[in-house]
Design a protein around this ligand. Structure first.
Ligand SMILES: [Fe+2]
Ligand SMILES: [Fe+2]
Length: 167
């Protein structure tokens, strides 16, 4: 069954939003590396790669459903921040935007009884819970460091150990 035009547009918007998210995470990585936090920069770069993978899941789904992929332009990501905590707060805000977008596509899929979309969207609903929780935990840890350089260094080292999906 073909995707209806409204869902086709919504899935295309989501490809763009995931690519936007990848772009934003890369900007966050660059800021952290320039500030001398290579572990956190590594974590953000891995996250950027994951967001590209997310974009490709929606991209492939569109093609598998015999729909067209139409790529758009990406907004310029925020690249200047007042603090490390603000960087992770920006990441959380971006994830919340993505969660809202996934929920909105889910509503459209339910309205259209487009059952073939459900497994993909269920995967993303779970992924968003996990990603928001992970970023929130890092924000909590950062708030707990309260400017303590040693604690920040420990957290940087910890986040630097993040491995890729297939490492
Ligand atoms: Fe994503
Ligand atoms: Fe994400």
């Amino acid at each position: 069954m073909a995707l209806n035009p409204e869902l086709e547009a919504a899935f295309n918007d989501q490809v763009n939003l995931e690519l936007t998210s990848a772009h934003q995470y890369l900007a966050l990585s660059a800021w952290l590396e320039a500030e001398g936090l290579p572990g956190m920069a590594h974590w953000m770069k891995m996250q950027s790669g994951e967001e590209n993978d997310h974009a490709m899941k929606f991209y492939q789904f569109l093609l598998d459903r015999n729909a067209r992929v139409v790529l758009g332009s990406l907004p310029k990501p925020q690249s200047d921040f007042d603090s490390v905590t603000d960087v992770f707060r920006a990441a959380l805000a971006a994830e919340e935007t993505v969660t809202a977008a996934i929920n909105s596509i889910y509503s459209k899929a339910v309205d259209a009884s487009d059952f073939a979309s459900y497994p993909l969207l269920d995967w993303f609903v779970n992924e968003q819970v996990e990603e928001e929780a992970t970023v929130q935990q890092i924000i909590d840890d950062l708030e707990r460091t309260e400017g303590n350089g040693h604690a920040l260094l420990m957290l940087d080292r910890e986040l630097g150990t993040r491995l890729g999906e297939d490492e």
